[in-house]
Design a protein around this ligand. Structure first.
Ligand code: PRP
Length: 180
């Protein structure tokens, strides 16, 4: 285990099992539909790639950048869209995929923007859900794991850009953010 991790919250095997379950469920529910995954960079990249490969139906991929956190451990409260989708999503069924839903502001902002592009539908998929921190009452349509309000990293989740490539989700030791 990485020396900056206090403990592992979700093991790699649990993540991969849950991703396969979600992929199977989505493949059944979206069979016969034109599906596009919109991956919110950077955090969702690992989850979106694994999820798309766990799906047995054709899926397109698009990418967006929406940032809220800066380098701190709490949200700044405002969400800036820095990269929009490239291709036309009109008439397509969008799965908006993120590594975590926290305040819910990112999903709200991005969903509102995507709705103006006239997709057939938009549903949200979050690997982790910090339910206790929600500010807008928005729930993700599909959730991998509901987690407590602790500072977690790994499987796409970062602290100041680091730890994303850990294959598990772990709680960061508090002395790591005390250093900065
Ligand atoms: C993180 C995370 C989500 C968002 C969730 O993104 O990846 O996109 O915050 O928080 P919210 O529900 O409170 O809006 P971040 O802005 O840190 O960018 P990143 O994906 O590049 O890490």
């Amino acid at each position: 285990m990485n020396e900056d991790i206090r403990d592992i919250l979700i093991e790699e095997e649990q993540i991969q099992k849950r991703v396969k379950e979600l992929g199977k469920q989505l493949s059944e529910e979206y069979a016969g539909k034109r599906v596009i995954i919109v991956c919110l960079l950077k955090g969702a990249v690992y989850f979106a790639c694994d999820l798309s490969r766990a799906m047995s139906i054709p899926v397109r991929m698009e990418f967006m950048v929406a940032s809220s956190y800066g380098d701190g451990t709490t949200t700044s409260g405002s969400v800036a869209v820095r990269l929009d989708v490239h291709d036309d999503i009109a008439g397509m069924h969008v799965l908006l995929v993120d590594d975590i839903i926290d305040t819910g502001l990112t999903f709200e902002r991005v969903k509102t923007l995507l709705e103006t592009k006239k997709p057939a539908s938009i549903k949200t998929v979050a690997m982790c859900d910090k339910k206790d921190r929600r500010q807008n009452g928005l729930d993700a349509d599909y959730v991998g794991f509901t987690i407590p309000d602790e500072f977690v990293v790994g499987y796409g989740l970062d602290y100041a850009g680091d730890y994303r490539n850990l294959p598990y989700i772990g709680v960061l030791k508090p002395n790591v953010y005390a250093r900065t």
